[in-house]
Design a protein around this ligand. Sequence first.
Ligand SMILES: [Zn+2]
Ligand SMILES: [Zn+2]
Length: 189
Amino acid sequence: MRRPVLPEPSPERLAGLDDAALHQALLERVEAAWKLCRGYHPELPKPKVWCDLRGKSAGQAHYGRGGLRFNPVLLRENRCAFLSEVVPHEMAHWLVRHLSDGHKARPHGHEWRTVMERLFGLAANVTHSFDTGRASPRPHRYHCGCQAHFFTSRRHSLVHNGRSYRCLACAQTLVYQPFVAHEEGATNV
Ligand SMILES: [Zn+2]
Ligand SMILES: [Zn+2]
């Protein structure tokens, strides 16, 4: 059984933070993840941090700018998942890239997966679960042409087995939409 190495963030504490305090919590999490990586690779430079990413991507390791970019909207809406999954995800890219031969590694290839699993004790996922409130009965996010829909695990598994659902408002088929680490192709810039 895999266990996260960094302490699990407290949902209650995170829920009460304003934007400035949440940004501070992000910086502290980046620092903790960086220190963990330094134990493995002492030369690893400390990344700068920007909260300037928009759209569906949660984060991005930006080697040209020398740091990590994060999406402030997804951070605000998914505080726990963001700190426990997205920060290590991007820091793992940062670490792999700074290893000798790291520039040759595929973005979510063997090296990155090894860091996620062995160093951080996490599953090497490229999508993240949404925080939908404490112990939400509807944790699975879907979208149509007009809005987000949240499904129970039972309904989500029915979709997995071939059932499809339409939006009553716009009549489009609902499509599963976890939030993603990066847009396709945006990883390695
Ligand atoms: Zn709709
Ligand atoms: Zn990634």
